[in-house]
Design a protein around this ligand. Sequence first.
Ligand code: NAD
Length: 693
Amino acid sequence: MIERLREGPYAILRWAMPKVNVLNAESVAAFREAIESVLQDPTIEGIVITSRNREFLAGADLETVQALVEAGDPQTIYASSWAVQETFLRLERGGKPVVAALNGSALGGGYELALACHHRIAVADPAIELGLPETTLGLMPGGGGTQRLPRKIGLTAALELILEGRRLRPQEALQKGLIEATVETPEALIEAALRWLSQKPLATNPWIKDSAGPEALFKNLAHSPVFSAAIARLREKTYGHYPGLEYCLRAIYEGLHVPFEEALRIESRYFAKTLATRTARAMVKTLFLERQRLLNLPHRPKGIPPASIQKVAILGGGMMGRAIAYVCAQAGYDTWVKDTTEAALTQAQAFSENLLERAQKRGYLTPARAQTLRQHLHFTIDYADLAGADLVIEAVFEDRAVKSQVYREVLPYLSPKGILASNTSTLPITSLAEAAGYEERFIGLHFFSPAERMPLLEVILGQKTGEETLAWALDFAQRIGKVPIVVRDSRGFFTSRVFGMYVREGLRMLLEGIPPALIENLGRQAGMPVGPLALADEVSISLMYSILRQTERDLGVSLSEDPVAKVGPLFVEQLGRVGRKAGGGFYEYPTDGRKKYLWPRLHELFLPRSVNPAEYADLMDRFLYVQTAEALRTYAEGVLLDKRDGDVGSILGWGFAPFTGGVFHFIEWVGESTFHARAAQLVQRYGDRFSIV
Ligand code: NAD
């Protein structure tokens, strides 16, 4: 597990676990033993820690974490954290200089090990990530991170990194002081580490009691106003939904008042409290276990050889098409964007240039990689350039006629086994496939905006979509690094249908006279990332309205009771306030850099009534329950294949209250019987949309 090599008077300890280097009971014990042997060997003067695998050390073994979280016993959790702390302390205080040679990513416990070393050198490769991302899974660092990082880089910078769980590339990590040096190539790494050791550096860190760092300094730091601000910011952002974040803050604050070893014990205690929460259980399950399961493509039909996709064509270089193209080029596909005018293509190209520039500035991309990506991206107004495309992703206007026309036009250029996919957010895939006259190799690939960042891909099966088409689509998802969920065809599929209920509930409240600011605040307080009115503006009121009209036409029904039917005519037809892209919707979007704010005239159009704070609980529950009720309907109808997919999809797709573990897991999070009783109450008070199937 840990290889011991020797280079003159120095020992090189190399993590070499069979698959991925992780911290678990066995590997910590093996590492401890390796450290002891080199510390006790009088011929060894210094230690290099590195790895034989692609990553340096990926952190805690999340399966172990999952088992701890499931068992929920604070004593056991504490003991597991303390075993790591002791090992790292032994290394840090062992009396021999130690350098971390970071050949790959060091996250969570991996970076905490690096922190316990006396010097850190990383390869300047943008694929490498460093940092403490535990809080993004509802957890907190438990290997000394909350104590060493603030003492190393300062309180303000450390709080931001830990509470936001940010991952940094080597270049930024160097600027922020997380590491001391970088080297250009992996080959130069060990040499640089040995060079550092050869300078006979001090074998200590400033925060170790009997060395340079006076404890008083940290005490002053602990009284800094930074904490009051951090508490307020945390509250504003999370409304107390993430106990792990609060425990983390407490561990930092309390730890800075006491000697270092005691500080580590405080961290381990809060770590145990955090892992024993239902939030940690919910988040680890959905965001780690289930997400990981989906990355292994459980819905891929068996026995079909890997996809052979080389050339990808994107129809429409608008907001979605241009971002999808970037993602495809990034994955190494020969990517072509087709639009109708040069002006549209210029804009699409400017978009990717902008992304490339930003990524390079932040150290995410080397100039050479940027150049390769550029070479993979082509822009054209001529279908002939798409000849031989293995996958066509259509992202033109959400309009049946336009879509049908481009299908007819592009089909002759598809390779013989070519797949035609639509990025439609709402139109049934089966009907589009029929219109194209190309059904077996037609599929829905629903990306989320901004597609270059959003991790989810909703894959939609038409009635006649073939198995190979699905297999290829999933292989494609995997290659572009998205998490795919598979759903059957339905109007709005799974995602648009469920989050549409959130937006509609907000519109209903507006029509009921709930003040707009209250609606927005309660939406966020319930755990959603943005208020429903802000979300309506993002999606655009005109899009929702045109979808509603299209649905009425397709089904031959009148949907006049739908809240979108009630606000649509006013906002779209009369006022032209269709959302953010038009500069105004429910919000105003100033062009002078000021933040958006609610359109003041909403108060004239929807006369606000006074709301008793006792009503807030109902209003907040309406937001979450209405989504879960709809999600259950999609499952009952067979649209969604697996509820666990829906949990992942709801968090990654539209940010459904992550602390609950997702739109289905919400039921378990609330408690099954409490959930049903509350849903029944909401049905009685507000209507059938809350009924549970
Ligand atoms: P958009 O209006 O920004 O872009 C559409 C692009 O298609 C424009 O550049 C237009 O010039 C181009 N186009 C129109 N007719 C064309 C033709 N005949 N040939 C080639 N190009 C043509 O729209 P968008 O927001 O990018 O949406 C595109 C599709 O993606 C829609 O089906 C939409 O439902 C879906 N979608 C949108 C979002 C979103 O958040 N906006 C999210 C998921 C899916």
